[in-house]
Design a protein around this ligand. Structure first.
Ligand SMILES: [Mg+2]
Length: 265
């Protein structure tokens, strides 16, 4: 099915490889957002990164000239906190492995950390993870605590190269406990459900714009969304065509905007 842009009523953007790459802003930013605002099309930003606070993203987006409010930024930490607050009472004691992003998202919803009595183990990427933390998490999960991961990315990109991502931390705990975690981030459906709620939209009229087929595109299509791949990030046109899952491929946000404007004329 070809992508019909006239049917799209809301849109979610992956950030790295779509809006920017390292320190470089990508073509079509911020003009696309002027277009979306002019057309009254709501938008949000989604990222599997659970380490940073929403405010850090809002600041970066605004710095690039993209109008952004905190509720439009959905990190896997925020989506995890949304997911947990819909299923557990706010007093539920939790044990957290992770950085400030997931800690602040859970604290804002009233969850308190209690390593002794935790009924819930939440694991996000933690740059200071230790054997002691893995031990505590393992013992809690083995005694029946629920096990939730912010995202399953196997690697995390750094200037030095790819280092272990949260999926690697989850794999260690899964091996130690024989328990499979509930994972929230893309390509899992939870992240897309949270984004739909924030956008006030329905799946079949919502577009995901991303640069990774495995997470952004496959996850969106599985959730019933429409999807557009941009070639400004990790995927080349050759790879996209060989893979075959991307229903619409654009060189950049600028070409997506041209196609969208032409479709609405
Ligand atoms: Mg990306």
């Amino acid at each position: 099915m070809a992508l019909d842009l006239t049917a799209i009523e809301a849109v979610a953007f992956d950030m790295d490889g779509v809006l920017w790459r390292a320190d470089q802003v990508l073509p079509g930013v911020p003009a696309l957002f002027e277009f979306l605002q002019g057309e009254g099309i709501p938008y949000a930003f989604v990222t599997n990164n659970s380490t940073r606070r929403v405010e850090a993203y809002v600041e970066r987006l605004r710095g690039l000239g993209i109008p952004a409010r905190p509720e439009q930024v959905i990190t896997s930490a925020v989506a995890t906190a949304d997911y947990i607050s819909r299923r557990y009472a706010p007093e539920t004691p939790v044990y957290i492995i992770g950085e400030d992003g997931i800690r602040s998202a859970l604290a804002e919803r009233g969850f308190r950390e209690d390593a002794r009595n935790a009924q819930l183990v939440v694991v996000g990427l933690d740059f200071a993870v230790t054997f002691e933390k893995f031990k505590t998490a393992t013992l809690l999960i083995r005694s029946g605590a629920d096990f939730i991961g912010t995202n399953g990315d196997r690697t995390f990109p750094t200037p030095e190269g790819l280092v272990p991502g949260n999926g690697a931390l989850l794999a260690l705990l899964q091996t130690a406990t024989d328990v499979k975690p509930v994972v929230v981030g893309k390509p899992e459906p939870v992240m897309f459900e949270v984004a739909l709620q924030r956008l006030g939209s329905v799946a079949e009229r919502t577009l995901m714009v991303g640069d990774r087929i495995e997470t952004d595109i496959a996850g969106a299509l599985r959730a019933g969304w429409r999807a557009a791949l941009v070639l400004t990030g990790t995927t080349t046109r050759e790879q996209a065509l060989a893979d075959g899952r991307a229903e619409a491929i654009f060189d950049s946000l600028a070409t997506l905007q041209s196609a969208w404007e032409a479709a609405r004329r």
